[in-house]
Design a protein around this ligand. Structure first.
Ligand code: AMP
Ligand code: MN
Ligand code: MN
Ligand code: MN
Length: 284
């Protein structure tokens, strides 16, 4: 049976296709009972999503997905049950978003060097009011005819060594975890299988994350394969970390996993929601 909880997804506040209200409606239709919205570096969709969730009878959990740099790599740290009004968190995310805009201009400059002009304006037109992410550049490049689809665009233009890649410095792992905890939330390492760390670094990351007070890792995510579910369940156990589940849904056709079809945690995992009133009935 699919899990009725989904603790990682995106709306138009970051790089999702659906507005916060549409996303909640879609989650409800898909059988999700407990939902966290986790936009990249922005908590601007939480209020609207929470109001919509009340209408649909969904238990809503505040979330955010914070970009961080660890050993020159970008990691994503999800914060769950954060106070969206927390001052330090809001100030830090404001700063990240200003950095994102500067980065977007550098991405566009890199693309201009290979003859692709107007990418900043093009990505902005797609992003509308939201923050600028590589997803928006990818959509622009597809529309512009530079590659056939988003997947190809990333490979050709937006990853390390390619013209639209910028080695951006995000906040540190420690800052991200401490901001989340300071805002009353639980810190979760998003899609750990995606970082291509190697065994030694992966174990070091877990150790370090735990030492800052990190709570959990995503075991089930749209970016993991079934063998990785088992692998990360084991790692979570080894480091006494709890386990999370999230589709990482960005919209129809752009996500690995549909909402409402996310598998349950493997046996033996301690769920990150094991002491949440919002999710109490899922434990029975
Ligand atoms: P950014 O935070 O601006 O670097 O953008 C990262 C976002 O781009 C991720 O959250 C994904 O939504 C998307 N993304 C990253 N890599 C890929 C990929 N290879 N294919 C499709 N989307 C990707
Ligand atoms: Mn994204
Ligand atoms: Mn992510
Ligand atoms: Mn995500």
């Amino acid at each position: 049976m699919a899990a009725q909880i989904d603790l990682h997804c995106h709306s138009t506040i970051s790089d999702g296709i659906l507005s916060p209200q549409e996303l909640v409606a879609h989650a409800a239709k898909s059988g999700v009972k407990v939902l966290a919205l986790t936009d990249h570096d922005d908590v601007g969709g939480l209020q609207a999503a929470r109001e919509a969730a009340m209408q649909y009878g969904i238990q809503f959990v505040n979330g955010v997905e914070i970009s961080a740099t660890w050993k020159k790599r970008t990691l994503h740290i999800v914060g769950l049950k954060i106070d969206a009004e927390n001052k330090a968190l809001k100030t830090a995310l404001d700063k990240v978003r200003i950095g994102r805009d500067a980065r977007a201009q550098e991405i566009a400059a890199g693309l201009a060097k290979v003859g692709i002009h107007g990418a900043y304006e093009g990505a902005n037109a797609i992003a509308k009011q939201s923050i600028l992410t590589r997803s928006h550049f990818a959509q622009f490049l597809v529309q512009n005819g530079n590659a056939k689809d988003v997947k190809t665009v990333f490979k050709k233009f937006l990853v390390k060594g390619k013209p639209g890649f910028v080695d951006h410095q995000w906040m540190t792992l420690q800052e991200a975890v401490e901001l989340i905890i300071g805002a009353g939330g639980s810190a979760v390492i998003a899609h750990p299988g995606r970082y291509d760390l190697g065994r030694i670094n992966m174990l070091e990351l877990m150790q370090e994350f735990r030492s800052y007070g990190g709570a959990a890792i995503e075991v089930i995510t749209g970016s993991h394969t079934p063998p990785q579910y088992q692998q990360f369940a084991k790692i979570a156990h080894q480091f006494s970390l709890k386990c999370s589940i999230g589709s990482d849904y960005h919209g129809y056709g752009v996500s690995h996993m549909a909402m409402g079809s996310v598998p349950n945690l493997p046996a033996g995992c301690v769920p990150v929601w094991d002491d949440w009133p919002e999710a109490a009935y899922l434990l029975n």
